[in-house]
Design a protein around this ligand. Structure first.
Ligand code: ARG
Length: 575
């Protein structure tokens, strides 16, 4: 595919403008075609004429009229003037058909390679050792994984880095708890739960018992000094936690290229503070090294505590420096919940002031709510992610057994896995990440709403139309049937326009770091398909047009499948 449809229309508008008003008049003016909000206004729109009135000394409508004539003279798209000077663009069926055929030739949903030759690091999931991953963590994991797939589709070399929380004062407390309160059987059965339990006991004891608290501190200092016994315990905590995290990642189909905890950067921390001092970015205050960021309108940030310990921000600055040296990325994108916004703002300033050239981006999301209340990572009553996935797969299996009672059990289980996990992921991905999500099973599993099961069933039904065609017309072939012929019907044309937009939608989802943009577009495609299917005969249509329509079905199925896979969601051919 040479160009996305939005890209081509943008070029047509620019060329038309240059023809009507001269190359120079358009310099520095943002001219682009954006999808119409309403089909009455054509397939795409442009409102640039409004902003050009002053520059050209003519009323917008007059500009728009001359402009539209020039665009029409080029013959690619039909251009009409509306209202005070809007340009409405409509794609001729031949152009739309050709675009859809180009998409199909490249597998259904080709993506512009704007990331080719570029490296970026994606920092996501990043749970804390010895603490259970809760439902709120799923957002970072699921959104991060979708972003990884989307950026990779753009050609980026993406390094997925799981920045584990594996260092800090909690380890002194945990070591004491582990030595004194451990239940071996419980540890074998559910390691993180048991680590969490002994941690809580030890922490509580420390609140009441000053000597215990002191001992916790001593164990921490020993660990930091490399005491072999404490180091071995610490490694054990990490191994046990990672085994459990990895089991979850396996279920979610999420993979990382690097799993580097905060501890990986420990040795570099003193030097980071020195660099910050040399650059005049921190100064001493009450025994601590503090970065004052009032110029940026941010509160001060402690990079070294008065007891000599380092902070979260120090580690993150060290992490950037290390990543720059080793991988030289153009961008580092972090995915966490909204509560960390200040932290990222602060250390981004420090990195920038150190003169490091890299684009640092924080993608934050709201916390997920269940009807019963807030699910925060720091809240002991949170439902664990694993339980949620179990329940999702159980519900999905019921659905699959009802819809395909004679499917072999192993296949039913595989489909239930795809549907259940897909439902939980999509419940996250389909939301604007920056709003609080209320998770309900009704919504996540809805067969008639914006859910993964809805899209997966739609995909399977569309795929089955092709099977039916092959059964009924074993000699027939739709592979080369012209797609333009299917577009004469209004329902088919609407579907075609939405399909043609998908490559631009993927680029937009990447630009905004917002997978929900893609989810919304896929949902719209599935809905338009169903009105196409209800309004237009397929197998009963006359030969020729029948093949064109089946080919449009095939493209729809392929695009949905690829779009879902960019979200990390499987689309089985049968459900
Ligand atoms: N471990 C942190 C938490 O669970 C998230 C780390 C995010 N990544 C980073 N480079 N700070 O809150």
């Amino acid at each position: 595919m040479k160009k996305t449809i939005g890209g081509q229309l943008g070029e047509e508008l620019k060329a038309g403008f240059a023809a009507a008003f001269g190359e120079a008049a358009g310099a520095g003016v943002g001219i682009e075609a954006v999808p119409s909000t309403n089909d009455r206004f054509g397939d795409y729109q442009c409102n640039a004429a409004m902003g050009l009135a002053k520059k050209l000394g003519q009323p917008p409508r007059v500009i728009a009229q001359q402009w539209a004539e020039a665009v029409n003279a080029r013959g690619f798209a039909r251009c009409e003037v509306a209202g005070p000077g809007f340009l409405n663009l409509t794609l001729p069926e031949a152009v739309l058909g050709a675009q859809l055929e180009a998409m199909q030739a490249e597998g259904g949903l080709p993506v512009e390679q704007s990331g080719a030759g570029r490296t970026m690091i994606l920092d996501y999931s990043s749970p804390n050792v010895a603490k259970p991953m809760h439902v709120a963590h799923i957002r970072s994991t699921v959104i991060g994984d979708a972003l990884k797939r989307i950026f990779r589709a753009q050609g980026y070399q993406v390094l997925a880095d799981n920045h584990l929380g594996d260092w800090g004062t909690q380890f002194g407390i945990l070591i004491m708890g582990f030595r004194h309160f451990l239940d071996e059987a419980a540890l074998a059965a559910s390691p993180i739960d048991e680590l969490q339990r002994v941690y809580v006991l030890s922490h509580q004891k420390g609140e009441e018992d000053a000597a215990w608290k002191e001992q916790c501190r001593t164990e921490l200092v020993k660990l930091q000094a490399g005491d072999p016994e404490n180091l071995a315990l610490w490694h054990k905590f990490i191994d046990l936690s990672l085994a459990e995290f990895n089991r979850l990642y396996g279920r979610l189909g999420v993979e990382f290229d690097l799993t580097r905890g905060e501890s990986f950067y420990n040795a570099a921390l003193p030097e980071v503070v020195e660099r910050l001092q040399q650059a005049g970015l921190v100064r001493e205050s009450e025994g601590a090294q503090v970065a004052f960021l009032e110029e940026e309108g941010l509160p001060p940030c402690i990079v070294r505590k008065s007891d000599g310990g380092f902070n979260y921000a120090t580690t993150d600055v060290a992490t950037v420096l290390s990543r720059m040296e080793e991988f030289a990325p153009e961008r580092i994108v972090y995915v966490t919940d909204e509560r960390q916004q200040l932290h990222f703002k602060q250390f981004f300033v420090l990195v920038r002031k150190l003169g490091v050239k890299v684009s640092l981006e924080h993608v934050w999301f709201g916390l997920m709510r269940l009807p019963e209340g807030l699910l925060s990572t720091r809240n002991g009553t949170a439902i664990k992610l694993e339980k949620l996935l179990d329940e999702a797969e159980r519900r999905a299996l019921e659905m699959v057994k009802a819809s395909s009672p004679d499917m072999p059990a192993a296949q039913q289980a595989a489909v239930a896995h795809a549907v259940g996990i897909g439902a939980v992921k999509y419940a996250d991905l389909s939301q604007n990440p920056q709003s609080a999500v209320t998770f309900t099973w009704e919504k996540a599993m809805a067969m008639d709403g914006n859910s993964a099961p809805y899209l997966q069933y739609a995909h399977a039904r569309i795929a089955s139309v092709q099977d039916k065609y092959r059964e009924r017309f074993p000699e027939g072939s739709y592979a080369d049937a012209p797609l333009a012929a299917a577009l004469a019907d209004p329902a088919a044309r609407k579907l075609g326009v939405r399909l043609a937009r998908l490559p631009d939608v993927v680029a937009e989802a990447a630009r905004l770091c917002r997978p929900s943009v893609l989810a919304d577009a896929l949902y719209e495609v599935a809905q338009l398909y169903s009105s196409f299917y209800q309004n237009v005969p397929f197998l009963k249509a006359e030969a020729g047009i029948r093949e064109s329509r089946i080919r449009l079905c095939a493209l729809t199925a392929a695009a949905l499948k690829q779009g879902l896979s960019l979200l990390g969601i499987e689309a089985p051919d049968r459900i």
